[in-house]
Ligand binder design. Structure first.
Ligand code: HEC
Ligand code: HEC
Ligand code: HEC
Ligand code: HEC
Ligand code: HEC
Ligand code: HEC
Ligand code: HEC
Ligand code: HEC
Length: 641
């Protein structure tokens, strides 16, 4: 900047001399002088100004290095792949905060975060937040510089003033509801929790999975966080691209590859050409719970993870497994946070949160040892680029980036073709072929993961077994649709249809519907899952909805905001949806309880008897209802999605 100003001043200084020469009719020389001055000014200005402009000092920056060149370098040769990637949520995971990237549109907003005012104001092209910092009473006024997410939720980060360090704005924008909600209400955590991710959490933690080739570069006296590229870009999955780009500048090479039988290009990685283990690990570098290996810890802080697509993940990251608690990295983690496992896993090591699909896939029988030709990996079902033949709207593909049809039985019959025959299917599932009960994944990959205020499919292929539920507390697939049936009912059918061994069940497991027990007695994570199922149409078809209102109404006053939120959404999907216009998920406990009671009192019980869901011909058996509720599992739950 100073250089540009100096050259403008120099030009101004030359002006009198040029004018003098003009007057003296030495026109040629005068024009040369003026021309030279302008040229020097422009050259200095263009070489210096933009660099100054693109290197802000108050937020993390993008700097391709270590062989990474950035998605812009791939575009000219791969316009199709570039375009489909640009439409994916991967691309938009980390963005600079601008009027365009911020999904909520406003000029000024005054929000409330549990009584604390938070205001957001645009000042020209800069967004500013004014808020109370953390739990201190200090109020701060800081520029919002970065955003996380574009699909379900968008979180905002402000510059703390300490170099490139970021702090989180305590309200998160929910895309579907177009609503700002406190961080504490969007994530499932005990209601009394009020701590936010500490300043610098993004730099050291979130960065690792939300950018390409992240480099924390944080130590005492320095916060110089950077990434090769914001968001999940080409090279996160294809490896550093410098050599590939350079070699393919040669048109002869390009021609040779494109016309040869094998279009294989060994200068770049392609997950579909890897064996199933490496394929899954490419995604598992982020879609897993893992800890950087001890020997890489120092270099990770400086240069990021040493993992490159195509390599064995275990060489860089310890993928956390309950079976392997002796690993020093894990021992240290457990010392810091003894609840680390329960925040993330069911007690058999399957994640109970979303975004960690790797553990499920690699522990499926279909993944095998990962080397079999038919072995299942992420790309068996997901497509990271929308295929040309895919007739769906781009937004539809981008929602879950599945190949066409892979939300249905093709996902499984591509490798288990014996079930494409409809009578074989019916014989296997004991449901009509067109019933939701014949959808492979609803029995073998049920919705037992929770995150982003919804339930998501488990990614471990396993079969419904009541014994597994008794052992792990993870709801079984049959009752996730048949909410109004008991565990004993399910067990009976599994024995009869599939010859599974019978087991002795506790009294309530035999007499009270699984859905009723889960909704009233489950821990907060289970309540959220089942509240979601109650709004899911296959479950509504299997169980009916006329009995659900008092149960879901109860959850409108749940201590956990996330549970309230999911329950209210499910209530609204019911055919006889109650009026929730005046309900707000953030109501104080007493008001929420009063609201719930009003709904329960106004409810018209169906005229039928079904003791499993606590109905008799006089209506709901309130005493039994309250007895169950009194034994709710109130152990604190925090789910680290
Ligand atoms: C100068 C042109 C050029 C540039 C730039 C370029 N590529 Fe390629 N790429 C090719 C050619 C040629 C092939 C081989 C034939 C084909 O698939 O089109 C190829 C193939 C690929 C493949 C398939 C490889 C395989 O064996 O299946 C991937 C993946 C890929 N490129 C990714 C990238 C990424 C990521 C970038 C940016 C970092 C990039 N390319 C930049 C020309 C280029
Ligand atoms: C281990 C990798 C990993 C880490 C570390 C991580 N995330 Fe994520 N994050 C993910 C994945 C994967 C998803 C997509 C989850 C899904 O769709 O189920 C995601 C999704 C999100 C979303 C929703 C985005 C959207 O578009 O709706 C938010 C918000 C988010 N993460 C915030 C954070 C914050 C804040 C941190 C740091 C405290 C963090 N994440 C750390 C992997 C990670
Ligand atoms: C999240 C991981 C991921 C990201 C990000 C990604 N890709 Fe891919 N790419 C894949 C996978 C997986 C395949 C295999 C086919 C598929 O899934 O669509 C693939 C296939 C390709 C192919 C080969 C297509 C063929 O004909 O076989 C090219 C070329 C390619 N990607 C280029 C790019 C470029 C360029 C970018 C960035 C603009 C990019 N990819 C971003 C994962 C990714
Ligand atoms: C560098 C980290 C990283 C890598 C590598 C990565 N992902 Fe992701 N993935 C994320 C994050 C973060 C999100 C959340 C993006 C969002 O939703 O805004 C995400 C979102 C997704 C989603 C959509 C979920 C949603 O809610 O929007 C799917 C599906 C997905 N990833 C699959 C894959 C597959 C398959 C691969 C491997 C081919 C892969 N990812 C590689 C980090 C990664
Ligand atoms: C057998 C098919 C199959 C395999 C294999 C598979 N997925 Fe999925 N995945 C699905 C289906 C189906 C969904 C649910 C989509 C929906 O409900 O809209 C899904 C959802 C997801 C989501 C959440 C998307 C969202 O809408 O929030 C992510 C992230 C994801 N998968 C990542 C992965 C990763 C990473 C792997 C490999 C480790 C993988 N998946 C392997 C079928 C599969
Ligand atoms: C990419 C191929 C592939 C996909 C996709 C796949 N499987 Fe598998 N599956 C296998 C292989 C290979 C095995 C192990 C060998 C065997 O038993 O056939 C297996 C085993 C199984 C088993 C255990 C068999 C036993 O006898 O214990 C079940 C159950 C199963 N698969 C169900 C499914 C379901 C349901 C889906 C869809 C969600 C699915 N598979 C998707 C390849 C696949
Ligand atoms: C109504 C629930 C249900 C549906 C739907 C379902 N399965 Fe199963 N499946 C089971 C149960 C239960 C078992 C376990 C049998 C046992 O106890 O070993 C099983 C077992 C299997 C096995 C193991 C070998 C065998 O044949 O017993 C495979 C493979 C399998 N299923 C694939 C599929 C595929 C593919 C689909 C969809 C086309 C599908 N299943 C749909 C409930 C279901
Ligand atoms: C995706 C939802 C879904 C799943 C999972 C599911 N079912 Fe069903 N089931 C239904 C629906 C819906 C019906 C009602 C008939 C119809 O509409 O197809 C039904 C009907 C039945 C019936 C006959 C009617 C009745 O209520 O007596 C039985 C028995 C049954 N299911 C047992 C099971 C068992 C056992 C499992 C697990 C192995 C299971 N279902 C898994 C949706 C499901």
């Amino acid at each position: 900047m100073e250089a540009a100003i100096t050259s403008v001043l120099a030009l101004l200084a030359l002006l009198p001399l040029a004018l003098q020469l003009l007057r003296a009719s030495r026109r040629g020389l005068a024009f040369v002088l003026i021309g030279a001055g302008i040229a020097v000014t422009l050259a200095l200005a263009t070489s210096l100004l933009p660099i100054e402009r693109v290197i802000p000092s108050n937020r993390p920056i993008e700097r391709p290095q270590d062989g990474y060149v950035g998605s812009g370098s791939c575009r000219s040769c791969h316009p199709g792949e570039h375009a489909s990637w640009a439409n994916s949520h991967h691309r938009a995971m980390t963005q600079q905060a601008t009027r365009e990237t911020l999904l909520a549109k406003f000029d000024a907003l005054d929000l409330d975060c549990f009584g604390e005012p938070v205001s957001l104001r645009w000042r020209g092209d800069e967004l500013w937040v004014s808020m109370q910092r953390g739990t201190s009473s200090e109020r701060i006024d800081r520029p919002v510089v970065q955003l996380t997410g574009s699909h379900h939720a968008q979180a905002l980060w402000y510059s703390t003033g300490n170099e490139r360090e970021l702090g989180i704005v305590p309200l998160v924008y929910r895309v579907a509801e177009r609503r700002w909600l406190p961080f504490h209400a969007v994530f499932l955590m005990p209601p009394e929790w009020r701590t936010l991710p500490a300043d610098g959490t993004w730099n050291q933690n979130c960065n690792g999975c939300h950018t390409t080739h992240s480099m924390p570069r944080v130590d005492t006296g320095r916060v110089d966080t950077m990434a090769a590229e914001f968001g999940i870009a080409c090279e996160a999955c294809h490896g550093p691209g410098e050599r590939h780009c350079n070699e393919n500048r040669d048109p002869l090479r390009r021609h040779k590859i494109r016309t040869s039988e094998e279009t294989f290009d060994e200068t770049v990685e392609n997950p579909t050409r890897m064996n199933a283990a490496r394929d899954a690990e490419t995604c598992g570098q982020c879609h897993s719970v893992s800890i950087v290996n001890r020997e890489h810890f120092d270099s990770w802080r400086e240069q990021g993870s040493p993992f490159r697509p195509g390599q064995e993940l275990a060489k860089s990251q310890l993928v956390v497994s309950i079976a392997d608690q002796d690993a020093p990295e894990l021992r240290r983690k457990l010392q810091q946070d003894p609840q680390f496992f329960s925040h993330t896993f069911w007690n058999d090591g399957l994640p109970r949160v979303t975004g960690r699909e790797f553990h499920g896939v690699v522990s499926s029988p279909c993944h095998d040892d990962g080397n079999g030709l038919r072995a299942m990996a992420c790309t068996s079902c997901h497509a990271m680029h929308q295929e040309e033949s895919d007739g769906r709207e781009t937004a539809e593909w981008a929602k879950s980036q599945l190949k066409p049809g892979m939300d249905g039985n093709v996902a499984c019959t591509q490798c288990h073709p014996e079930f494409t025959d409809l009578s074989a299917l019916q014989e296997h599932t004991h449901h009509a072929a067109d019933s939701p009960g014949s959808n492979c994944m609803d029995c073998h990959m049920p919705h037992t993961s929770y995150g982003l205020l919804k339930a998501m499919r488990s990614h471990r292929v396993e079969s419904p077994r009541v014994a597994d539920e008794v052992r792990t507390g993870r709801p079984n697939a049959c009752n996730l649709c048949h909410l109004d049936r008991t565990l004993a009912w399910t067990e009976g059918h599994l024995a009869q249809w599939y010859g599974q061994p019978r087991l002795a069940l506790a009294d309530e497991q035999a007499t009270v519907a699984a859905g009723a027990r889960w909704l009233l007695q489950g821990d907060a994570g289970v309540r959220a899952l089942i509240a979601w199922s109650a709004g899911w149409s296959p479950a509504q078809r299997a169980s009916g909805t006329d009995w659900m209102q008092p149960y879901l109404a109860q959850l409108l006053a749940d201590p956990y905001y996330a549970v309230r939120f999911v329950a209210a959404r499910s209530l609204r999907t019911q055919p006889a949806a109650p009026d929730l216009a005046s309900y707000d998920e953030l109501l104080p406990q007493a008001d929420a309880a009063a609201f719930a009671r009003r709904l329960q009192d106004a409810w018209q019980a169906p005229r039928r008897s079904n003791s499993e869901i606590l109905l008799d011909d006089r209506g709901l058996q309130w005493e039994a209802f309250r007895r169950l509720l009194a034994r709710r599992d109130d152990r604190p739950v925090f789910l680290a999605e």
